[in-house]
Design a protein around this ligand. Structure first.
Ligand code: SF4
Length: 295
């Protein structure tokens, strides 16, 4: 059967051994299963977020920090049954949530795993993604995912084409965001301030991308009620992950002027959430994908 799970709709017959643009075949591949302390405070809390990093990606970002797990050989193959056990094990270790990182291209298997264990999960399930999602695929997760944590990277088609090989990113991400909000509604938190439900949108301000960032915020505000979601406005861009042939503007760091301009616009629009401190810049937040974290 031809795969159309993500907006690429590349049509690879994964069951017959073909690999799609995402690099993945038929089996679910997982790179890392561990408590992760470096998500936003309402996601990581004191004990960490129960992250499951999936191998492969349907975007092709030139500045990808997780390049090491984009290759088909990365990680290990797991069955939906084993994946469900890993979710429960993370909960047992004290995870504040089960955090599915880039699960889109395994949507059938991951939703099956969630169906099997959802009743035993007392912590919320987080769908953490690049924002490049098909509405039909998101509907596989309705009732299974409690928190959507998408990026909203760009509006300008020329920018998303050059940086992520996805000229339709802005329009796709807009429709996806509307669907996410439809499914989970207003953001809610427990008495400790941990997020229980809702949407938190991440936006990474890029060097030279200030005007597009402002347009992204305007688009988000025109799509969902800003007072009912949370924004995580990130400044952690580092050229450390950029290959030498990446666009010149990406070879430098973000300036304070660029970030502060976008942050001021976010506040004017009424966004609340997280505005990242300058000290957060660097590669320290990238997990170690070489460590053995599950079997
Ligand atoms: S999920 Fe992978 S195989 Fe399926 S359409 Fe997208 S890129 Fe192609």
């Amino acid at each position: 059967m031809k795969c159309t799970l993500c907006p690429r709709e590349c049509g690879a017959d994964r069951a017959a051994g073909e690999r799609g643009y995402c690099g993945m075949g038929d089996d679910i591949r997982v790179a890392r299963v561990a408590l992760h302390p470096f998500e936003e405070p309402c996601i990581s809390g004191k004990h960490g977020s129960g992250t499951v990093f999936f191998v492969g990606c349907s975007l092709g970002c030139v500045f990808c920090q997780n390049r090491a797990i984009r290759t088909p050989e990365a990680g290990k193959s797991v069955s939906p049954e084993r994946l469900g056990e890993l979710f429960l094990s993370l909960q047992q270790q004290g995870a504040h949530n089960i955090n599915l990182v880039t699960a889109t291209h395994f949507a059938h298997g991951v939703s099956k795993a969630l169906q099997q264990v959802k009743k035993q999960l007392t912590v919320p399930v987080v769908y953490n993604c690049g924002g490049y999602e098909k509405v039909d695929t998101l509907r596989l997760f309705e009732g299974l995912v409690d928190i959507y944590l998408p990026d909203f990277k760009y509006i300008l088609s020329s920018m998303s084409a050059e940086y992520s090989a996805a000229p339709d990113y802005g329009e796709v991400a807009t429709a996806a965001l509307a669907e996410m909000y439809r499914q989970v509604g207003e953001a809610t938190f427990d008495s400790d301030g941990m997020m229980r439900r809702g949407v938190m949108v991440r936006h990474l301000v890029l060097p030279g991308g200030r005007r597009d960032s402002v347009a992204v915020l305007d688009r988000i505000a025109a799509t969902v009620p800003v007072e009912q979601i949370r924004l995580s406005l990130m400044r952690q861009y580092t050229p450390d992950f950029c290959p030498p042939d990446a666009p010149q503007v990406l070879q430098r760091r973000l300036t304070s002027f660029e970030y502060d301009t976008v942050a001021a616009h976010a506040r004017t629009l009424g966004f609340t959430g997280y505005f990242q401190a300058k000290e957060s810049v660097g590669a320290d937040y990238t997990p170690d994908f070489t460590a053995e974290t599950f079997s």
